[in-house]
Ligand binder design. Structure first.
Ligand code: FAD
Ligand code: SF4
Length: 550
């Protein structure tokens, strides 16, 4: 059936529609209701419930929560473990050097911060938002932006009940149109609608390309003797070489829980590199492996994060809406923190939306939001660290990070000898042809400390309706074979943390197999495919991981 023959979608009108129930979207919703309780606000979330698709570290800087919900610290319903110790190591293959805390600029200190599950924080924020009258629709992905006279006028959720071959099943139902005076896009890193809006309104004009990393994480329940409540530990170096950026985090919190994760910058060059295997290797280092002895891995997942910072944040506002949170890229890379800026940006945008609505405006550009963020705490946070990522990319881990540290010190004092550095090429253009690189032999998993990809994906509780169109769109299949496979040796089979992509030889023919049901919605393929030939689009609502507390 073509689109013109379909029954019309039902439409609902709101003052504000918010896409994504992460920290940015929920903070915006709460702030709007705090300022103007009569405002009608709806939040759509593609996860089966709020928090189901949230994956973070997470050590949070409480600046945003303190402003949004000042009573949160005394609230036992929101579990949070104060940071008790803050360690930073440079790793070699068998040794580790601890960097003294006094060498770090004060902005890098984690004292006064809290270890949380960001998924749980979002569930808590959702309860607060609903108590204020916000309508939250989990299980509904926004798949289309609605336009009126060139301005954004809301979003449509996806149709349900379409089979893999495109025919409409008995369960077919049309999506809903959620129309609004203003629409805030809070989809997180590499949001699918945000990507389209950035292109359509050329929001990236005059900006540096956005940079990304992939973060992989496991949650462990460790033996009580290995638990140190509030210990926060970061590393750089091994198993990554000097030319590949990234590092690990290890946070002890809650009831004998340890969040362990590994970030690989997506401007890596060697197509044989596997972020998943690097993470597994990292856990075998003598500094950390004993933490997991006698413990149990309870969850696994992965998510892209933005790394471009100050110079890559696109224009935020456009007619009828704005980008907030990591959809715009407010992550502070050296601090490995973005949730505070996500919330602050949601709150700032909400204040400008509330003022616009009070003035009887609709569908115009929130110019004040755009004008204010660089002078706000978000801008101050990102300005001081703006050269760390470019120096790291250009000079490698050892020299780049040392110089980056120096630049953070001087920027904290109010000046920088480096000015504002450029990032250079986008991440997808960084891969070298396989012929110029050496294959990497990764050790086999032992099933106790290190694991394979499929048993890991099982712990993400990922679930998709199998009979639906594949939500990973390969634009040009011939190009995928001629370039992704023949030139780059099929990096998707290695960078995808869920084993979605495989090149399979059958009767002398190569076939690109896409196991879409395993996808954990990290968005790495959309970022790293060397030809930008893969588009991640939202699958049927509620599909994807079901993280309990990531
Ligand atoms: C491995 C890792 C470790 C991190 N560690 C830390 C840390 O320790 N401290 C810290 O402060 N920050 C950390 N961050 C960064 C932090 O997680 C982000 O800055 C923060 O989550 C951004 O919030 P957000 O609301 O913008 O986006 P997200 O948290 O990504 O939330 C976006 C929400 O929108 C939903 N969504 C997306 N598209 C659609 C759509 N089309 N329709 C409906 N719903 C949609 C998603 O399902 C999701 O629920 C880390 C990130 C990663 C990946
Ligand atoms: S298919 Fe793409 S978005 Fe899904 S898990 Fe793999 S890399 Fe991530």
């Amino acid at each position: 059936m073509n689109a013109a023959d379909l029954p019309a979608r039902e439409a609902m009108e709101f003052d504000v529609v918010i896409v994504g129930a992460g920290p940015a979207g929920l903070a915006a919703a709460i702030r709007l209701k705090q300022i103007a309780p009569e405002t009608s606000v709806v939040v759509v979330e593609k996860g089966s419930e709020v928090g189901a698709h949230i994956l973070s570290g997470a050590v949070i800087d409480p600046i945003a929560l303190d402003r949004l919900l000042p009573e949160w610290r005394g609230n036992e319903a929101l579990a949070h473990t104060p940071v008790s110790a803050d360690h930073f190591y440079l790793l070699g293959s068998s040794g580790a050097v601890r960097l003294p805390n006094f060498l770090m600029p004060s902005l890098m200190s984690n004292h006064g911060n809290f270890v949380v599950s960001l998924g749980d924080v979002c569930r808590h924020l959702a309860q607060k938002a609903e108590a204020l009258g916000v309508e939250i629709y989990p299980g509904f992905a926004a798949v289309e932006v609605l336009f009126e006279a060139g301005a954004v006028a809301g979003v449509a959720t996806g149709d349900m009940g379409i089979a893999k071959d495109g025919h409409h099943k008995d369960s077919f139902t049309r999506g809903m149109e959620l129309r609004a005076k203003y629409t805030l896009f809070a989809e997180g890193a590499r949001g699918s609608l945000s990507k389209m809006l950035i292109e359509r309104f050329a929001l990236h004009r005059d900006r540096q390309p956005q940079k990304y990393g992939i973060g992989l994480k496991e949650l462990w329940q460790v033996a009580p003797e290995n638990f140190r409540s509030g210990l926060v530990q970061h590393t750089m170096g091994w198993p990554l070489g000097n030319r590949t950026g990234g590092g690990s985090f290890l946070y002890h919190f809650g009831d004998n829980l340890v969040a362990v994760g590994f970030v690989v910058h997506l401007n890596y060059e060697n197509p044989y590199l596997s972020p998943f295997e690097e993470f597994q290797r990292f856990k075998t280092h003598p500094l950390v492996r004993d933490t997991f002895a006698g413990g149990r891995r309870i969850c696994y997942g992965a998510r892209a994060l933005t790394e471009g910072g100050w110079q890559s944040v696109p224009q935020l506002a456009f007619a009828g809406g704005a980008l907030i949170g990591c959809a715009a890229g407010f992550m502070n890379v050296p601090r490995i923190k973005g949730s505070h800026n996500a919330m602050l940006s949601g709150m700032l945008a909400a204040e400008h939306v509330a003022a616009a609505l009070a003035a009887g405006r609709a569908h115009d550009e929130l110019a004040g939001y755009e004008a204010q963020w660089r002078g706000s705490p978000i801008g101050r946070d990102l300005w001081r660290v703006r050269n760390v990522k470019p120096l790291w990319s250009k000079l490698g881990t050892f020299v780049g990070v040392a110089l980056g540290g120096f630049d953070m010190w001087t920027s904290t004092l109010g000046f920088s000898v480096m000015g504002t550095m450029r990032h250079g090429k986008p991440d997808f253009a960084a891969l070298k042809p396989a012929a110029q690189c050496r294959p990497i032999a990764y050790p086999k998993p032992d099933g106790k400390l290190t694991f394979d990809r499929l048993s890991s994906v099982y712990l993400s509780n990922t679930n998709h309706e199998e009979d639906q169109p594949v939500h990973l769109i390969v634009r040009d299949v011939a190009l995928q074979k001629n370039s992704e496979h023949d030139v780059f040796a099929g990096p998707s089979a290695r960078y995808c943390p869920a084993g979605v992509y495989e090149w399979v030889e059958e009767a002398g023919q190569l076939r690109y197999v896409i196991n879409a049901q395993n996808c954990v919605h990290c968005k790495t393929c959309d970022i790293k495919d060397p030809n930008q030939n893969i588009d991640w689009v939202p699958p049927e609502g509620a599909g994807g991981p079901n993280y309990p507390n990531m």
